[in-house]
Design a protein around this ligand. Structure first.
Ligand SMILES: [Zn+2]
Length: 307
C-alpha cells in the first residue's frame, strides 16, 4: 500500500481519490480490510450491499449500516471526497489550515469548514501516538501561548503579560524525547506538583530530564527515577556537555506560535489545547511523506470513536 500512496502532490492525490465511490471503497478497506463487519452486532457473515451501494445490510440483526457509522464522517452533509481533501490539505500544510482557507478550497461555508476541522482536531487529540511513554534524553519546558499584547488597544493591555504571566495567555507544558516525539498539556496554571506528576507518568524511569532553572522543576532529581540537568538560562547557559539542553522543545514552541500567529491569527483559550495537540501531531509525523501522513490520519479518523 505504501508506494501507491506516496504521491507527489495534490494533483496525484485527486487522481487517486477521484470520486465518491473510490473514497468510500478505500474507507471500507481501511476499516474492515475487505470484509465488512456489522456496526450494530459485530457479525461479518452474509453482509449484503443494497442498491444504493453505500448501504450494507446485516443478515443477522437485519439492520442497515454504512462505513461512516460511528466515525467522524457520520451524519454530515459533507461528501466523503471533500472530507478526504480536507484531511489531506490540513495534514500536509506545515502551519495548519484555517477554516476560511478550507471553505474557499471546498466551496463550502466557513462554519461547515470549521466543523470539519474541529472533528479532525478531535481525532488528532485522541491519537494513539500520545499514548507512547518517552525515554532517553527528555526536554521538558513550558510556554505561554495565546493573544498578543502588542496588538491590543492601549486600555486593554495587560500589565506584565510577557514571560510567565498567566493573565493574557495560557500555559502549555511539553515533554520532548530527543530525536523522538513531543507530548503537550494545556494547564490552568503552572503547578510544580502537576508538572512533575506528568513527567513521572509519561517518562520511563532512569531517563535524563533537561529543564531550565524554573523553580517548578525542583525536586525532580531522584536516584531511583531521573537524572535532572538544569540549564540556567538566567546565567546565559544554553547547554551542558553538548547533549543536555532544551533547544528542541524551544523550537517546538516557535513552531506552535508560527501556526497560531500565521494561520490562525489568534487562538481562544478554550481551543488552545486542541491547537497545541494539533501542532504536536504535526511535529510527530514530520518525517512522513504527505501521502503516508494522510493515510495514517484517515485510519485514525475511521477508527476513533467520538462522542
Ligand atoms: Zn448486525
Amino acid at each position: 500500500m505504501e508506494n501507491k500512496y506516496n504521491f507527489k502532490g495534490f494533483i496525484s492525490f485527486l487522481k487517486i481519490f477521484k470520486d465518491e465511490q473510490t473514497c468510500r471503497e478505500f474507507l471500507e478497506h481501511l476499516r474492515w480490510g475487505g470484509k465488512p463487519v456489522c456496526v450494530n452486532c459485530g457479525n461479518s457473515e452474509k453482509i449484503y450491499r443494497l442498491k444504493s451501494e453505500r448501504t450494507l445490510k446485516c443478515s443477522k440483526c437485519d439492520r442497515n449500516f454504512r462505513v461512516t457509522n460511528g466515525t467522524v464522517f457520520h451524519s454530515t452533509h459533507i461528501s466523503l471526497q471533500n472530507w478526504f481533501i480536507a484531511i489531506y490539505l490540513f495534514s500536509s500544510n506545515k502551519n495548519g489550515l484555517s477554516s476560511c482557507q478550507l471553505a474557499k478550497h471546498l466551496e463550502i461555508t466557513q462554519p461547515n469548514a470549521w466543523y470539519v476541522l474541529d472533528r479532525i482536531r478531535n481525532v488528532m487529540d485522541k491519537s494513539k501516538q500520545f499514548d507512547e511513554i518517552l525515554e532517553g534524553i527528555i526536554e521538558a519546558d513550558e510556554s505561554y501561548i495565546g493573544g498578543k499584547n502588542k496588538n491590543r488597544h492601549w486600555d486593554k493591555k495587560f500589565k506584565y503579560s510577557q514571560g510567565r504571566s498567566v493573565v493574557d495567555k495560557k500555559p502549555v507544558f511539553g515533554i520532548l524525547q530527543r530525536n523522538g516525539m513531543v507530548k503537550v498539556w494545556t494547564l490552568d496554571k503552572l503547578d510544580g506538583v502537576e508538572m512533575k506528576t506528568i513527567i513521572r507518568t509519561n517518562v520511563v524511569k532512569k531517563s535524563i530530564v533537561c529543564t531550565d532553572e524554573y523553580r517548578v522543576y525542583r525536586g525532580l532529581k531522584n536516584k531511583k527515577r531521573f537524572k535532572h540537568y538544569v540549564i540556567d538560562h538566567s546565567k546565559s547557559q544554553h547547554k551542558i556537555d553538548e547533549f543536555y539542553h532544551t533547544n528542541n522543545i524551544e523550537n517546538f514552541w516557535n513552531f506552535i506560535k508560527r501556526a497560531v500567529t500565521g494561520t490562525y491569527h489568534k487562538v481562544d483559550k478554550i481551543y488552545l489545547n486542541k491547537y497545541a495537540k494539533e501542532a504536536a501531531y504535526r511535529y510527530n509525523t514530520r518525517k512522513m511523506s504527505d501521502g503516508i501522513r494522510f493515510i495514517e490520519l484517515l485510519k485514525e479518523c475511521v477508527q476513533t470513536k467520538l462522542k
